[in-house]
Each structure stands twice: as structure tokens, then as C-alpha cells.
Design a protein around this ligand. Structure first.
Ligand code: ZN
Length: 512
């Protein structure tokens, strides 16, 4: 018998033994006798007691129990290797490489302990120079930054004076880094003297303060800067933002571009994949490689079959105007009086007439005598008594828009007068059909009263004729910029030909 079949037999024997413990209603599986070798040896010990198969099964069970006991472990001790004894030298070596806990002052946790070979120095030698880079923080002063870098008070004051002569110190922005070299000091109790300090004051200017011989002196190094604007063009494709970014426009510029364009047209609906975007960005690059990206100067979109959008930044406040010199839409409506709306627009029961009739304006709650303001620029077309409106002022704002202000205690304008947005045109009262001091405010479009709250009132600025001429020439100038011209490498001034390059010129200029 092989071991494998022996194992299988054992399993069968155990199954058979388990079968015995089953509840009586479960019929005991009958093993047909003598068909295979296993069935010959494994039988139910509860049936056919005394048969040859029963004895074989019992013998198998007993022998399996003996085998199981043969593997019973003993509990005698296991011997491990004895720890090596360290000699004194070995222990010193281990100690010198120990990991010192942070609590004992090591900053990395790992420290080489000094051995007996290490002798303390009487005095440590100094580095001849210390070179470092210091950065000016926000809300920081130059002197404070220099003192932090280890510059003495006298030197820091002198540096501040020298740089202050070259440019206002406030112009040096936070984040500017200074290369500083400190020299050898006479004795360890003194601060190191400043030898050299260099920084980029502006894109086009590097300043250096250096000690040559005795006192500190300022040196200006002008850096050539090219201010060709950066023009970026491309096809919109799947998205304007992505396309512009992919074409190399800085994220900030694309945002400005989209904002300018969004004021002129509906970007979601009116821009299609075949349109071409065109933007010009203020751009400065120094010969040393740095660039400064400024504002978007021009935002254009050439649309197929629709008028193209051309927006140019103009004026002190940097607003965008379209090619006709019309400014962007700007919210221009102000509240006519400082007060809450008490009664809205629409049908209501009139407080005095006691009948339902449309209320053609907004009633603002206000105290008597409060000033009433023109909601935007306009001309006074009515100022005086007007029936139930009492003292009434009507302003014409152009473009078919007009506003009316009723129940005033006093009128402060005359008919025909031009008024500015926010100008006082009268004072709150209760004249005419009114139950108490309030402002009844109406708005009209082409003579018909409309709900003032529903009007998204905006103004557009228009450039004057003289300004428009300058504006147009600047627009033409910007459109002349070649796309990508600002990205071409800038030839350093030092590499520009200073003397004739041709052999013939060189010979003819040769002395003698
Ligand atoms: Zn009213």
C-alpha cells in the first residue's frame, strides 16, 4: 500500500467515525464491500462487528493512532547562539556610531560620538568669505533683510542710502533676491564686512553695491529690454481657453482675454470651432532671459460669417473699447434714494383711492428731506407740480430711457438742465396723492412705464473724436505685430556687431 492511498483511507476512516455520531434518523451510508482496496480496509466500525472487514478497519484505526502519537513533539529546551562578548575597543566603536535620541540634542538623531582621537580646538578657523542669497519679504525693509543676512548696521544703512539714491526703495518688490558676499572679519566679535551685494532692481536694471578699496560704492548695470508685445493667434477648435493656452498664452492673459470678449459677445453661443482668436499681450523680455507678462492689450476674434470682435484696452482705467471706440458695458444704475423698496411694480389696491389699479413704479421708504439722486446721466425734461405725483422730476437718459421721481418735498433742478449720475435732483416729501413721505420712482422705455427692477441698466462709454483717432492708430499698430515675434531670441547687446565685419571694411579702416 502506498502512503497516498493510506492517507485517503485515513480520511475515509474518519468520515466513517463521524458518520457514527450522526443523528439516528440519518441513514448510515452503506459501503459496498470488497470492490476497491480502500473499501476493503475502511469500514464502518459500528456495523458487521466481528467480520474480517471490521477487524481490518479496527487495525487501520489503531495503526493510524500509533502513527499520530509517533509525531507527538517533546518539550525540551532549544539552544540559541550565545551573545558575543564585546571587547572594550569594540564597545567604543559601537558607541561612536550609536543613534542619539533627539532628546539629547541631535537634530538628525544620528551622531558620531567623538573618540579619544578627537582633540578640541583652541579656536576654529573662519571661512574667508560667506556667500548667500537673501530674499526681501513682503512688508519687509531692506535694512531688516540685510541685518538678518548678517550685514552690520553701518553697512546696511550705507547700502540703503546708496540704493535709495538710485531708485525709491518701495519699488523693490517683495520676493526680490539679493546675492550677498560677506568678507573676512578682523575678530570673531565683529560682524563680517559687506563685500558685494547684487540684485535685480527692475527688469532693465541690475544694481550692485561693492566695496572697492575702502567705502561701498553703487554700480548700475542697465539690461537691454525688448518690449515687443506678444501676439498669439490660433483656431478655437474644441475650446477657446485650451486653444489659447496651447498656443502659448499665459493663463492670466487668457482669463483677461475671455473676460474682455465675454463683455462683447456670448462666448458659449457665439464662438464656433472654426473661429480664429487673436490676442496681443504687453510683454517685456530682458537680454538676460527674464520676461514680464503684462495685460492683454488687444482681444480679437475673427468669426466666420459674423462681424469680428476687436477690443482694445484704452485709457487710464484700462477698459476695453471696440473698434468703433465704444466702451464695454458697465452697470450704471444707482439707487435713487437710500431706502428700501416698500411697494413694488404691478396691480395693487391704491392706499388713498381704495381701488385696484396698476402701480407703475417702485415706492422707496424714506424720511422727508432725504436727497434723491439721478440714477444715471441725463437731461431734466420735467420739473414741477404734476397732479397726483406732486412735485415731480422726469429725466431723459437717451436711448428711449427715462426715469420719474414723484412726491418730492423740494425740487433741486430746472427743466432742460443736464444732470450727472448721482447728482441730487430733489428731496423726499409727500406732495400729491401720498399717504406719507416716500419716493415714487418710475422708469419708462419709449414712453411706456416699465418695472425698474427688471431693467438691467447699463452704460457704454464712447470715445471722443480726437481720442478715437489715437485709438484707431494704436489698434492698427498692434495689429501690425507679427504673431510670435516677441518669442524670437533677443540678441544680447554685447553680441551686436560693434566693428565692421567685412574683411574689406576692416582692411580699409586699418591704421597706417
Ligand atoms: Zn408709488
Amino acid at each position: 500500500m502506498t502512503e497516498a492511498s493510506d492517507g485517503r483511507s485515513a480520511v475515509r476512516a474518519m468520515r466513517a467515525a463521524r458518520a457514527e455520531t450522526r443523528p439516528p434518523e440519518t441513514p448510515t451510508p452503506k459501503v459496498p464491500s470488497g470492490t476497491t482496496l480502500a473499501e476493503k480496509w475502511v469500514g464502518d466500525l459500528g456495523s458487521d462487528i466481528g467480520s474480517a472487514r471490521w477487524f481490518r478497519s479496527l487495525g487501520l484505526l489503531v495503526s493510524l493512532i500509533i502513527v499520530a502519537f509517533a509525531f507527538w513533539p517533546d518539550f525540551s529546551a532549544l539552544h540559541a547562539a550565545a551573545p558575543a562578548r564585546l571587547s572594550d575597543e569594540e564597545r567604543d566603536e559601537y558607541r561612536s556610531q550609536m543613534i542619539t535620541p533627539l532628546a539629547l540634542g541631535a537634530d538628525s538623531g544620528r551622531r558620531m560620538g567623538p573618540s579619544r582621537l578627537v582633540l578640541p580646538l583652541a579656536n576654529a578657523p573662519e571661512r574667508p568669505v560667506v556667500e548667500l542669497t537673501a530674499t526681501l519679504g513682503k512688508e519687509d525693509t531692506l535694512a531688516a533683510m540685510l541685518r538678518r543676512a548678517g550685514v552690520s548696521g553701518n553697512d546696511a544703512a550705507r547700502v540703503e542710502e546708496l540704493i535709495g539714491n538710485a531708485l525709491p526703495l518701495e519699488q523693490i518688490g517683495g520676493g526680490t533676491s539679493f546675492d550677498i558676499r560677506l568678507g573676512r572679519r578682523a575678530n570673531p566679535s565683529q560682524p563680517r564686512p559687506l563685500e558685494n551685494l547684487t540684485f535685480r532692481a527692475r527688469l532693465d536694471l541690475e544694481l550692485a553695491v561693492a566695496r572697492e578699496g575702502g567705502p561701498l560704492a553703487l554700480e548700475r548695470r542697465v539690461i537691454r529690454v525688448d518690449d515687443t508685445p506678444l501676439r498669439i493667434t490660433g483656431t478655437v477648435g474644441s475650446g477657446l481657453y485650451r486653444a489659447a493656452r496651447a498656443a502659448g498664452a499665459p493663463a492670466k492673459s487668457v482669463q483677461q482675454y475671455l473676460k474682455a470678449l465675454g463683455d462683447a459677445l456670448d462666448i458659449n453661443r457665439e464662438v464656433s470651432a472654426g473661429d480664429n482668436f487673436d490676442m496681443v499681450i504687453a510683454y517685456k523680455r530682458a537680454e538676460t532671459g527674464e520676461v514680464e507678462v503684462g495685460d492683454v492689450l488687444y482681444a480679437g476674434l475673427d468669426r466666420r460669417g459674423s462681424p469680428r470682435a476687436q477690443l482694445l484696452r484704452w485709457g487710464k482705467d484700462g477698459r476695453f473699447y471696440d473698434a468703433n471706440g465704444q466702451g464695454e458695458l458697465r452697470e450704471g444704475l444707482i439707487r435713487p434714494v437710500n431706502g428700501a423698496v416698500g411697494s413694488g411694480f404691478g396691480m395693487r389696491r391704491h392706499p388713498i383711492l381704495k381701488i385696484r389699479r396698476p402701480h407703475n413704479g417702485l415706492d422707496f421708504r424714506a424720511r422727508s428731506g432725504q436727497p434723491i439722486f439721478a440714477v444715471t446721466d441725463g437731461t431734466v425734461i420735467m420739473a414741477g407740480r404734476n397732479g397726483g405725483f406732486g412735485n415731480f422730476v422726469k429725466l431723459n437718459h437717451g436711448g428711449g430711457l427715462a426715469t420719474g421721481y414723484a412726491h418730492m418735498s423740494r425740487i433741486a433742478v430746472n427743466r432742460g438742465q443736464r444732470v450727472k449720475r448721482g447728482q441730487v435732483i430733489g428731496y423726499v416729501g409727500s406732495t400729491g396723492l401720498s399717504t406719507g413721505p416716500h419716493l415714487h420712482y418710475e422708469m419708462y422705455r419709449n414712453g411706456r412705464a416699465i418695472n425698474p427692477a427688471s431693467v438691467d441698466f447699463v452704460v457704454r462709454q464712447q470715445l471722443s473724436a480726437a481720442e478715437l483717432r489715437q485709438f484707431r492708430s494704436q489698434l492698427i499698430e498692434l495689429k501690425k505685430v507679427k504673431p510670435g515675434a516677441a518669442l524670437e531670441p533677443l540678441v544680447p547687446a554685447s553680441a551686436l556687431p560693434a566693428e565692421p565685419q567685412r574683411e574689406a571694411d576692416r582692411l580699409s579702416n586699418a591704421p597706417g
